[in-house]
Design a protein around this ligand. Structure first.
Ligand code: F6R
Length: 358
């Protein structure tokens, strides 16, 4: 049950630091990463990795792409499950398919799995539900260990997906003797992420007030960011839309001026995410551009880049793992915006927890 929580979503947001620690307990045993050698070999032998997923799981794939490529030295391509059937990318000689799915039952993803299996390509499913269809039908499975996710809006599954992808990337990197992997201390870095999450989760009241001030009465808004922060923006926008019904677009900050900035008018809310040092000055420039067109901006910034005017400060984490830390305040933004509108946070209209139709 949800215990003393008013909604499952808030409980699941709060569980995230514990989920990260649980993932480490499952996958890091006696000083070793515990991933089947079969899986490590399959990834080593592949010349390209295709991640197939939908919605939030698709966004978790994006958040994992950079470190996965760095650790495994193998290119990673993202595929929207529902597009794959008629928009199939030109496949490499030795592809490996990675299916990321909280439920393991998403029909769009399953359809692709059936197809790639028929073509003879190996498949790995990363899912929260052991024994689910996608898990049974793939050659290999890794579990998220996030515990049941009840709220329709996915939160802890997203952070668990990125964390398990990080464990897998690190294990492959060590397996192939990649120096970059031996220098990436994942256990320590994930613990720092959990600590960062705890600090942000302690700011609920302050964040709720900021949200009230920033999003009250609005019908539309934007998230902007660059690099990893752009990928988090996509996820943050999806979360806000699906439960608060505020129309929201996650945008690459530098792309705004190529058209979309025309939508900024007096008091349009823009949420900016900044966690990467080299990119922050450019995103700051984009913030000035939208402010000069009347936007009001709420900033979500890692503490190493923050100044006194910033709104939500997130203790900084390893550059590979920023999505894990930065997404948490955006989940809270979606939660409080929805609560403040008097809507049912856990059961948004038109949506079901798992999408078993194509
Ligand atoms: C958004 C959300 C959906 C799912 C998507 C894929 O909060 O929950 O976008 O992420 O339907 O579902 P799974 O991961 O079960 O394949």
């Amino acid at each position: 049950g949800k215990g003393t929580y008013p909604y499952y979503m808030l409980k699941e947001i709060d569980e995230q630091p514990a989920v990260l620690r649980r993932i480490l307990q499952h996958y890091y045993v006696d000083g070793q990463y515990k991933i089947d050698e079969e899986i490590l070999k399959a990834i080593q032998q592949a010349d390209r990795l295709y991640i197939v997923a939908a919605g939030t799981s698709y966004h978790a794939g994006f958040a994992s792409k950079a470190f996965f490529e760095e650790m495994t030295k193998t290119p990673v391509e993202l595929c929207i499950a529902s597009e794959f059937g008629y928009n199939m990318p030109l496949l490499s000689e030795k592809p490996l398919f990675i299916y990321i799915s909280q439920s393991g039952e998403t029909a769009d993803s399953r359809q692709v799995l059936v197809k790639t299996k028929a073509l003879g390509y190996p498949a790995l499913t990363i899912t929260n539900v052991a024994g689910s269809t996608l898990s049974r039908e793939a050659d290999y499975t890794l579990s998220l260990h996030a515990g049941p996710e009840i709220a329709v809006a996915s939160t802890k599954a997203y952070t668990a997906q990125i964390s398990v992808m990080a464990v897998l990337a690190k294990a492959v990197g060590d397996y192939i003797g990649n120096i970059a992997a031996s220098e990436f201390h994942l256990v320590k870095e994930l613990s720092l992420v959990a600590t960062s999450m705890v600090a942000v989760l302690a700011e609920k009241e302050r964040i709720a007030e900021k949200v009230e001030e920033h999003l009250k009465g609005t019908r539309n808004s934007f998230y902007i960011g660059r690099g990893e922060d752009y990928y988090v923006s996509m996820e943050a926008a999806l979360k806000l839309k699906e439960i608060s019904y505020i129309q929201c677009e996650g945008f690459a900050a530098g792309e705004l001026k190529h058209g979309t900035i025309a939508l900024i008018e007096e008091n349009t809310p823009v949420q900016a995410i900044l966690s990467h040092k080299a990119l922050a000055p450019h995103t700051r420039g984009n913030i000035m551009e939208v402010i000069s067109r009347g936007a009001k901006v709420l900033t979500v910034v890692s503490d190493d880049l923050a100044n006194e005017d910033d709104d939500i400060i997130v203790p900084s984490v390893h550059p590979y793992l920023t999505s894990l830390a930065m997404v948490v305040p955006t989940q809270m933004i979606a939660y409080y915006a929805t609560l403040q509108r008097g809507l049912d946070v856990d059961k948004p209209r038109n949506l079901a927890k798992s999408v078993t139709v194509e």
